[in-house]
Design a protein around this ligand. Structure first.
Ligand SMILES: [Zn+2]
Length: 106
């Protein structure tokens, strides 16, 4: 049985709590086309929420969430790979495919 992948409300990394906030106007507030960002200082991941003027499909939103999580993990590891957006993107895409297609047989 497959469980639906869900973006959580919060998680812990290195014992620090991170909250996840979906924001309707993240794109409008940022200078570039940012649909997700992580603040290590404040322990928060902000995601552009899907809105009528900027609809975002569920897969894209989930991948964006995991993209920010991968940034968080790599930064926790003090890895320079966190600065490599292509690596972070591909890692998040592959991780999402594994999590999305994981089967839990009971
Ligand atoms: Zn990134």
């Amino acid at each position: 049985m497959r469980k639906k992948f869900e973006i959580p409300k919060h998680f812990e990394l290195l014992g620090k709590e991170y909250k996840i906030n979906k924001i309707p106007d993240l794109l409008a507030k940022s200078e570039s086309e940012i649909v997700g960002r992580i603040s290590y200082e404040y322990g928060v991941i902000e995601l552009q929420d899907s809105t009528p003027s900027h609809p975002i499909c569920e897969d894209t939103m989930n991948e964006t969430y995991l993209h920010e999580v991968v940034h968080g993990i790599l930064t926790a590891m003090e890895s320079k790979l966190s600065l490599d957006e292509k690596f972070v993107n591909l890692f998040a895409k592959h991780l999402y495919q594994v999590l999305k297609t994981s089967d839990y047989v009971k």
